[in-house]
Design a protein. Structure first.
Lengths: 515, 401
């Protein structure tokens, strides 16, 4: 995986000057390369150099733990003899940093420097010391931006992989949480971490994740989305087969369910696999709120998803093919709205849907300062005026708005985005064939859904194929109380499929017993 | 790649298929009520077309009527309907028709062909309720009705209201009519409509701006259909009796007088909240006897007679009075039915259930046998409550004074 360093290595030369020159030329004279050369009191005849890339290291740490001890070091006399002994002595006696390593090749030195480490070179030694002084300006851990909850932890991942891993580690405090970091990207050398809980996870899936990651040969990995498209099972599908989240607690929960998480340095979004269709409807808050409320909200979510796919289609079908299905009074008020509308219902629906998509995209991309403007234009001009001008009917505006709002109920954005595209297909089919078209579309969608797999797990599990074990339903459409969810939710060959013992229902506390 | 090309071809097919039988909402004329008249050898069909703009609150131009009525003529129903396209801009849409009004002339001619049309076409629903009109059906359709925007729907709600609160008439849907006419006795009763009041018809929206209208559509008389033809009418009281006999009374109010021979003013009344009629046929010396056992529960609504209502004895006495009153209503209805010889109350089917063999002999000349049937009425009333006061206002006053 470490392709650059795995290739032909250039050994470091014993001459400090030559080494520094070589590094300088490899960086092409970049100005953020900092080279500090000095002589220490303890070994005045031996020149020492510290090299690091400015901005990605913590300068304070360098000053306190590297420069200062080096300047004022007292070394045992045998260390002053020539050769690599000096560096060894520096490592064991002087540099006061946790992570220090010996390296012998130029490419290694370059790699560590770009990773935010500092290199210590000494004259006469064909080797270098690295000291981990990683730092620099980073965004602080803050509240989640896209996956908000009312009750539950309020921190989200940041762009720093180390911080992100530490956030998960703080939740799962066990040595069974295994973290493997790989480098991906020929130019970016991005750290990609694979996390899983040993003893729960199906090792076949971990191996499969490694295999798919190893097959990636890209020049740069800037976001987990790059990786998602390489490791997902099916490219030509509208449905996501990998979960993503910016919440450490969601990742921890997924790991405990036996999933594997993939995190990418530079991205606050972690991927989780394998996944099923139903896990996209589970908000972390479902598990923090009381089970009855959580179940109710989850049912609402499923209903809203269906609404966000079929509502415009049903409206079109009913108003242009099956008018007899409407109550008379509703029919008459809808008919009154349609008087004088120039477009057929289908065209009207597509027009409004596209307008909404444009509005939404504009709302996302435009500079934040003109945010209120778009809502005024969108809501007032397009909604109200279009109705008053008789271009679209009021009923259609209501349908499109409700559809749009239903779409925002989804806790996972990528699943919500799916319904936006499917909705258009459904609407067109309804406009051409009425309810017949809708049912054909539903049929094809279901056939497609049951054909999907995510890392070998059937996408529609536990519905199709039916649950392999009793009790997998307990967390699919509703959530039973925690003591009832005995099994981890997937049809996997989990090493440890039970999350708790049976029969942990608390006894009814009838009266408060007096002490 | 090949797969994609195939998919593209399929997609193109989809669009060339066109939009099948798509009809926009503003391409249809929603008909709320249909009227059927027979005039000079032709069926005259009248349609009450809803004008959506006049109804919706958005463009509340209350000065215009919410419906438009027009008629077409033809030798058959569907030929008359098809002629409508010569005078309307939109396709007639029958699925939302609420009522069908059959003119007296048309009903005497026979409604068989109307029923056939309803059985054959999917857009004519069998849940439509049917009425007979004393005058022409078209005139009924032209009447505006206060409170409701669509007169067709108003009449439909009128019968539901009547059915639930006074039960002198019952809603007859096409389905129910078919069940009756294709059933054992081939007879049914259909409520009649009449325009009461002055001769001026309420067919302008402006007339509804006044506090009272010169005339009004009313439920009036029960038309008796035998075979498929109108054979006679029962008045409202007789119709009430027929409803008791046929066990169609849901809730009603029965007035009664204080004395047992029912001669005084009927100044007290009971609200029947629950009623049930059982028919038990009996064959005696070749004559049919029908035992009618009616049970009713009710609440006293007004009471202007003597007696202390806190005494069970007095309550039982009132119950007897009411029983006598209901018996009179039932017998009155029976008399009228016997005169017309139309078994709209289903004696025939009760007999058929109990005496299938004898019925197969009797069914041929059932009309005569029906008129000769002896009806023995037994009513059992239970007064559940005397209301919120005991003895009554007058007695209270006398007690104090």
């Amino acid at each position: 995986m470490n392709k650059q360093t795995a290739g032909a290595l250039t050994p470091l030369s014993p001459s400090l000057q030559a080494n520094v020159k070589a590094i300088q030329s490899r960086f092409g004279g970049s100005t953020d390369l900092v080279i500090r050369m000095f002589r220490s009191d303890a070994a005045p005849e031996r020149e020492i150099a510290i090299l690091y890339v400015d901005g990605i290291v913590d300068t304070g740490t360098i000053n306190e733990s590297v420069m200062e001890p080096l300047m004022s070091m007292r070394l045992p006399p045998h260390a002053l003899v020539k050769g690599s002994k000096l560096l060894e002595a520096l490592r064991s006696c002087v540099v006061s940093i946790g992570s220090v390593q010996d390296i012998h090749a130029l490419e290694q030195a370059l790699q560590y420097m770009t990773d935010g480490l500092c290199i210590i070179l000494a004259d006469g030694c064909p080797a270098a010391l690295t000291a981990d002084v990683n730092g620099g300006d980073q965004r602080n851990v803050s509240i989640p931006q896209t996956q908000t909850v009312i009750r539950g932890p309020q921190h989200a991942f940041v762009e720093n992989l180390r911080t992100n891993i530490s956030l998960v580690r703080r939740i799962i405090r066990s040595s069974d949480l295994h973290v493997q970091v790989h480098k991906l990207g020929q130019q970016t050398h991005t750290n990609v971490a694979v996390l899983y809980v040993n003893g729960i996870v199906d090792e076949g899936i971990v191996k499969e994740v490694y295999r798919r990651l190893a097959a990636i040969d890209l020049d740069g990995v800037l976001e987990s989305g790059y990786i998602e498209e390489f490791i997902q099972d099916e490219t030509f599908t509208l449905f996501p087969t990998l979960l993503n989240t910016e919440r450490p607690d969601t990742v921890a929960a997924a790991l405990l369910e036996g999933r594997v998480a993939v995190m990418v340095d530079g991205s606050p979004i972690a991927l989780m696999a394998p996944t099923t269709f139903f896990s996209f409807f589970q908000s972390p808050e479902d598990y923090y709120q009381r089970f009855d409320i959580a179940s109710f909200v989850r049912i609402i979510r499923y209903a809203a998803y269906v609404v966000s796919i079929v509502l415009p289609a049903v409206y079109i079908a009913v108003t242009t093919f099956h008018q007899e299905m409407l109550p008379t009074t509703l029919l008459i008020s809808l008919a009154a709205q349609r008087e004088g509308i120039p477009f057929p219902g289908l065209a009207e629906a597509l027009l409004m849907e596209l307008t909404f998509e444009v509005l939404r995209e504009a709302g996302l991309r435009m500079p934040r300062a003109i945010g209120p403007a778009i809502s005024i234009v969108g809501a007032l001009v397009l909604g109200q005026s279009a109705v008053q001008a008789g271009i679209v009917s009021a009923g259609m505006v209501i349908v499109v708005s409700f559809t749009a709002i239903s779409n925002f109920v989804m806790p996972e954005f990528n699943m919500a985005a799916t319904s936006r595209i499917i909705r258009f297909l459904f609407t067109i089919m309804a406009g051409v064939f009425g309810f017949f078209g809708i049912f054909i579309s539903v049929l094809f969608m279901l056939i497609h859904l049951v054909s999907l797999r995510s890392f070998g797990v059937p996408y529609m599990s536990p519905i199709a194929p039916g649950p392999a074990k009793q009790g997998l339903w307990r967390d699919a459409f509703i959530r039973l109380p925690w003591w009832a969810i005995v099994l981890r939710p997937m049809d996997l060959n989990l090493r440890n499929p039970k999350r708790q013992a049976n029969g942990k229902r608390p006894p009814a506390q009838r009266h408060s017993s007096k002490p | 790649m090949k797969k994609w090309r195939l998919l593209l071809a399929l997609l193109a097919c989809l669009l060339t298929a066109g939009c099948w039988n798509r009809v926009e909402l503003n391409d249809i004329a929603v008909i709320s009520a249909t009227g059927i008249d027979w005039k000079e050898g032709n069926w005259v069909l009248s349609y009450q077309v809803v004008i959506p703009q006049a109804i919706s609150s958005q463009s509340a131009a209350s000065s215009s009527a919410a419906v438009n009525v027009f008629s077409t003529k033809g030798q058959s129903f569907r030929s008359a309907v098809s002629k409508a396209s010569q005078e309307t801009s939109r396709r007639l849409y029958f699925s939302h028709t609420q009522i069908v009004i059959i003119g007296q002339e048309a009903a005497r001619k026979g409604i068989g062909s109307l029923l056939d049309t309803y059985l054959r076409n999917h857009d004519s629903r069998e849940t439509v309720s049917v009425y007979l009109s004393k005058g022409s059906a078209r005139k009924m359709l032209e009447q505006l009705i206060p409170l409701e925007k669509i007169p067709g729907a108003a009449i439909q709600r009128m019968i539901t209201n009547e059915e639930m609160n006074s039960s002198a008439f019952r809603q007859m849907t096409i389905h129910q009519v078919l069940m009756d006419l294709l059933g054992t006795t081939h007879a049914t009763g259909i409520p009649g409509l009449v325009v009461s009041g002055t001769n001026e018809s309420v067919d302008r929206a402006g007339q509804l701006t006044r506090t009272s209208t010169p005339s009004k559509v009313k439920l009036y008389d029960l038309g008796l259909i035998k075979g498929d033809k109108l054979v006679g009418w029962l008045n409202n009281e007789e119709s009430q009796g027929a409803m008791w006999l046929a066990d169609h009374v849901k809730k009603t109010t029965v007035p009664f007088a204080c004395d047992e021979n029912r001669s005084g003013q009927k100044n007290s009344s009971i609200r029947i909240t629950h009623a049930k009629t059982k028919l038990r046929p009996e064959l005696l010396n070749g004559n049919w006897i029908m035992h009618v056992e009616a049970g009713a529960d009710g609440t006293l609504m007004e009471y202007n007679c003597e007696g202390d209502l806190s005494k069970p004895k007095q309550v039982a006495k009132i119950e007897r009075l009411i029983e006598g009153e209901i018996t009179a209503i039932v017998e009155n209805g029976w008399k009228a039915l016997r005169k017309n010889g139309a078994d709209v109350i289903g004696f025939g089917s009760v007999i058929r259930q109990k005496y299938p063999k004898q019925w197969s002999k009797a069914s041929d000349n059932w009309t005569e046998l029906f008129a000769g049937t002896e009806v023995k009425v037994k009513v059992n009333v239970r007064l559940n409550s005397t209301g919120m006061s005991g003895s009554g206002f007058k007695q209270e006053q006398e007690k104090d004074g």
